[in-house]
Ligand binder design. Structure first.
Ligand SMILES: Cc1ncc(COP(=O)(O)O)c(C=O)c1O
Length: 398
């Protein structure tokens, strides 16, 4: 087994951490969902790694204070967010534009409520993170799909279909996923410009979900959509969070950037109507600590993840030569097409869940375009990944 001593010395990404009986949805709820109790979970997008020590220390310290009353962001918090985005993305976060919400998904729902009415059209690009569809449908908006197109081993956008559907449906909002979940695409500046120009031409707002932006592999660059031009910034709600990057999803903190004052006012009105006021105290503490002190940890994590991806790539070649990995440019999620195995989708799922006893996100959860695909979360110790690949080989091929 290739263990990476470099990482384990300082941050122990190799060391499995027991997550059962910790209220982790990834681990606890298999039985309730009709899955075997001893299933190995590589589904929901959180990591089996501890957050960096700077985060746990800050939380410990705050916890020792013992009073957890209503709290709000401070100048230090804003500076930490600003420094992170300035240093990593050369993006200036304007303090007035910063809005904290409990999560990016909460932000999506609020944006749809703020800027559209029931029946209005909201567009997305399937296959995509499934709560995008839920948000549109739960709020009784019209879902318009501009499917991604598979080309030369990766997804690309179909701009003609995009513009046609925007016009035909009078689309009000486009929800962009960048980097893209489940495929790991990191949209290039040129791709974003082409898409953004269509949105500008037809007065479409862009809700840009950039939660995975810190997971980008060498050779690729994350572009904050709103950073491309003032005109793009004016039509954009940028959704960010430290929660994927530092494994803090349970602490519920997300930072939105809305620079257009009119959009900001409408968004804040909708936020008030949702009943939300102050952010989660521990979320703020964790976010600030992570952005102030977590960068070296993230650098190590990224190389650990790259090595995990190589491991899965090799195992697929060896054990599943008919499967096709979409090479990830970012994220810790792998999008794998198993249709070459010649199994019906339901049979593949049955074998994975009941025989292999591995819990993955099935492709069709991301839209019918995901048929034959599985999404694997590789943010776990190598040992766990080896076990998962062994189980998949035994369960699918047996
Ligand atoms: C693209 C994307 N957006 C949003 C989220 C969830 O964000 P939050 O927990 O802040 O609602 C996820 C989690 O997997 C995601 O992949």
């Amino acid at each position: 087994m290739e263990t990476s001593r470099k990482h384990s010395e300082k941050y122990s990404f190799d060391e499995p951490v027991e997550r059962k009986n910790t209220r982790a949805i990834k681990y606890e709820y298999a039985k309730r969902r009709g899955l075997p109790e001893d299933i190995l979970p590589l589904w929901v997008a959180d990591m089996d790694f501890r957050s960096p020590p700077c985060v746990t220390e800050a939380l410990d310290e705050r916890s020792r204070h013992g009073i957890f009353g209503y709290s709000d962001i401070t100048e230090d918090y804003v500076s930490a967010v600003q420094s992170w985005y300035r240093k990593r993305y050369a993006y200036e976060v304007n303090e007035q534009s910063l809005v904290t919400v409990p999560g990016v998904v909460f932000g999506l729902y609020t944006a749809i409520s703020a800027f559209t009415r029931p029946g209005d059209a909201v567009m997305l690009q399937r296959p995509v993170y499934y709560p995008f569809s839920s948000a549109i449908l739960d709020l009784d908006r019209k879902l318009v799909n501009n499917p991604l197109v598979y080309q030369d081993g990766r997804y690309v956008m179909d701009y003609q279909d995009f513009e046609r559907k925007v016009v035909e449906n009078q689309v009000k909002i486009f929800i962009l996923c960048n980097p893209q979940n489940p495929s790991g695409r990191v949209w290039t500046r040129e791709e974003l410009i082409r898409m953004g120009e269509i949105c500008l031409r037809h007065h479409v707002l862009v809700v840009s979900d950039e939660i995975h932006s810190d997971f980008v592999f060498p050779g690729y660059t994350h572009t904050i959509f709103a950073s491309i031009s003032q005109a793009f910034a004016d039509i954009t709600i940028t959704c960010t969070a430290p929660t994927k990057t530092f494994n803090l999803a349970g602490l519920q903190i997300s930072n939105l950037f809305i620079t257009n004052p009119d959009l900001l006012r409408l968004f804040k009105q909708a936020l008030k109507k949702s009943g939300y006021s102050q952010p989660n105290l521990m979320g703020m503490i964790a976010c600030q600590a992570a952005y102030e002190g977590g960068e070296a940890w993230l650098t190590s994590l990224l190389s650990y993840l790259e090595a995990n991806i190589s491991y899965v790539r090799d195992r697929l070649k060896k054990d599943f030569p008919a499967a096709r990995l979409m090479e990830p440019e970012g994220t810790y999620l792998l999008w794998i097409d198993f249709s070459g195995l010649g199994l019906a989708d339901a049979e593949l799922r049955k074998r994975i869940e009941q025989k292999a006893k591995v819990w993955l996100d099935h492709g069709t959860m991301f839209g019918p375009e995901g048929e034959g695909y599985q999404r694997i979360n590789i943010a776990c110790p190598r040992k766990t990944l080896i076990e998962a690949m062994d189980r998949l080989k035994r369960g699918i091929l047996a």
